[in-house]
Design a protein around this ligand. Structure first.
Ligand code: ADE
Ligand code: ZN
Length: 340
């Protein structure tokens, strides 16, 4: 690739808005935690784990992903997981990140909600102090489970409300549309949470429409199938509803066969507020810089457009206007100095 583009991507200050902390569990750490906690995993080495990461679709990934999370038991494990991710953020010049976690994956195994959130939160605090990376937590409901389980999870979250900025919806999109969670999202909004939802990843454009209409989302996670409804695209442009797009995830899970088929640059050029994110970087072959590189390698994209992905993510983030301005200044100063 053009070395100027590579250097620009490496140095560009970035904001991540779509990252599942359980999806940042690298095979080495999975092995270390399995040993430390005496948990059996069906692999003999981190290399074997890596080799198993060949996916046909979202579900084939989720089956392996939920199994991997079994090694996470103690607060220290959630701390170590989050800290490892934040160190990768530092390498990639990620200056702000909004982290998803899936409490039900852990509470269903008898792990206390507070064990999970305290481990994540303590690492985020250390990340602010020692790495200068700001961060927020978004709690996701697993959509393959029923709404009662989501309500129970919302109840468990209330004592930790000050640590959680928003509520999301993830897991198997097919057969579990947004309308299944209408009431629990209404309740979450009533408690003051912002909302987001995975929609239009594997599921149809109607899921995007319904996530906006019924779940009151501030952003759509993935959303790439919006192109199947031109009226919806017009609305996304008019409202500047952000899409948190995950390029390497989309090719790994065969939402697009090749990166050269991906619609992310088209969507940006049409005026949508699209952003680049890593989703589950340990499983999909890369963190933020890798995702930017993969896009720039396969698709025609200018430095200005690469900068726009970062500016869009700042616009779409759940931070104050003052904080947004500080991050915009960092990005624009970097570009100006790079081009000088
Ligand atoms: N959970 C973790 N990654 C996910 C994805 N890409 N889609 C839905 N649920 C997820
Ligand atoms: Zn995701």
């Amino acid at each position: 690739m053009n070395p100027q583009i590579t250097a620009f991507i490496e140095g560009l200050p970035k904001v991540e808005l779509h990252l599942h902390i359980e999806g940042s569990l690298e095979p080495d750490l999975m092995f270390e935690l399995a040993k430390r906690n005496n948990v059996e995993i069906p692999f003999n080495s981190p290399e074997e784990v890596q080799a198993a990461y060949q996916f046909e679709d979202l579900q084939s990934f989720l089956d392996i992903y939920y199994q991997g999370a079994n090694v996470l038991i103690y607060e220290q494990d959630f701390f170590d997981l989050t800290w490892a991710y934040l160190l990768r953020c530092k390498q990639d010049n990620v200056i702000h990140t909004e982290i998803f976690f899936d409490p039900q994956t852990h509470t269903a195994r008898g792990i206390a909600f507070e064990t999970v959130i305290n481990g994540i939160d303590k690492a985020m605090q250390k990340g602010r102090e020692e790495l200068g990376i700001s961060s927020q937590i978004i709690m996701c409901f697993l959509r393959h489970l029923d709404q009662d389980s989501a309500f129970e999870t919302l109840k468990q979250a209330l004592p930790f409300k000050d640590k959680i900025i928003g509520i999301g919806l993830d897991s198997s999109e097919q057969g579990h549309p947004p309308e299944k969670f209408k009431e629990v999202f209404e309740a979450a909004i009533g408690h003051g949470f912002l909302t987001v939802a995975h929609a239009g990843e594997e599921g149809p454009a109607t899921n995007i429409h319904n996530a906006m209409k019924l779940l009151g989302v501030s952003r759509v996670d993935h959303g790439v199938r919006c192109v199947e409804d031109s009226g919806l695209v017009k609305q996304l442009i008019a409202d500047r509803t952000p899409l948190t797009v995950c390029p390497l995830s989309n090719t790994k899970l065969k939402v697009f066969e090749n990166m050269s088929d991906h619609n992310i640059v088209d969507l940006l050029r049409q005026g949508l507020c699209v952003t680049i994110n890593s989703d589950d970087p340990a499983y999909f072959g890369g963190y933020m810089t890798d995702n930017f590189m993969a896009v720039a390698e396969a698709l025609p994209v200018s430095l200005e457009e690469l900068q726009a992905f970062s500016l869009n993510a700042i616009e779409a983030s759940f931070i104050s206007d003052e904080e947004k301005q500080r991050l915009v200044d960092l990005v624009t100063r970097f570009s100006r100095e790079f081009l000088a």
